[in-house]
Write a protein that binds this ligand. Sequence first.
Ligand SMILES: C[S@@+](CC[C@H](N)C(=O)[O-])C[C@H]1O[C@@H](n2cnc3c(N)ncnc32)[C@H](O)[C@@H]1O
Length: 370
Amino acid sequence: MRLPEFLLRLRNRLLSNPGFQRWAASFPLTRWRARRRARELFDIVAGFVYSQILYACVQVRLFEVLGEGTQSLEELAPRLNLPPEGARRLLRAAASLRLVDTRGQDRYSLGELGTAMLANPAIAAMVEHHALAYADLRDPVALLRGELDERALQGYWAYVGHEEPTRVDPRAVSGYSRLMADSQCLIADDILDAYPLERHRCLLDLAGGEGAFLSRVAQRWPHLRLILFDLPAVAERAQARFAHEGISARAQAIGGDVRRDPLPRVADLVSLVRVLHDHDDQTAVDFARAAYESLTPGGCLLVAEPMSGTPGAEPVGDAYFGFYLLAMGSGRPRTPGEIAALLKQVGFKRVRRIPTRRPILTQLLVAQRD
Ligand SMILES: C[S@@+](CC[C@H](N)C(=O)[O-])C[C@H]1O[C@@H](n2cnc3c(N)ncnc32)[C@H](O)[C@@H]1O
């Protein structure tokens, strides 16, 4: 609820008054709120340290080691290749973050969040590649002012800012392609459960990476013909995956630039999965137009990505992706309304939002071509 301006001023004056802060923190009816606010602010202040603790856990493979069962500090320290005091400090920090559980004096097991890390190795891969983001975010104001000439993330996402992305070297696409493929398991089923594909005949996955999304589609809907389009070096990786999985007869990968090269016009369903937010507005419009033109009449476009303003997950869009994409040098998170407007601009008529299981990971829009 948006407060009227005078109430907002009054609230902010009260909250910044040390006497009021002391009173609110001890008065029984306001105490819980004062504590929650203090905790929220502290979590923002300390977020960088928490992330580095998680990074250390990933580097020493703590979750894999604890996946074998509860262990003592004595057993753990050599396995983590840490001195006992260093291991104890890490384990206690990880326990405070619910990554680890303490089981009595200096005994540890996987915590609830540590178990989730073990079950989703893609998160560890994300954590590891964040070393690049930390380097780029070291001076966030310089980043905001556009004063950073070199950015580590820009090098990682080799197509960003490239004059001719179709010429990107195969070695330069391997890191991000693997990361994208590994993290598909976090979202593919959420998308496909929200929008089942039995009524479609042919799916074209635009900028589909090395084919992990289509592989999952192939398992779930054996009747579908599948086409992937991505930069040549990435499409080659997809073709190799399709061959390895024995689905080459119905899954084909084509290399090219979505904005310049002709796309096949046989699909009654096109998908853009984690693609539009990578691009500035004009390029995003070009991608949406290419999707529109490649669809057969009456066909549908699926747009799946984390979006700005997701209720309950607001920082994921505007804080995390807002700054990540800024460091990467291209794109921005958009609200479902902004994406719908962009799709209508290129001719899509009806744009529907379909609820997904975990909107924090991906939201879903379906747009129809007349
Ligand atoms: C963030 S990744 C998403 C990959 C995949 N859709 C997924 O969710 O795993 C963006 C993809 O867009 C591809 N891409 C970028 N610019 C492109 C262009 N101009 N034409 C074709 N593909 C492009 C990249 O190679 C990359 O595979």
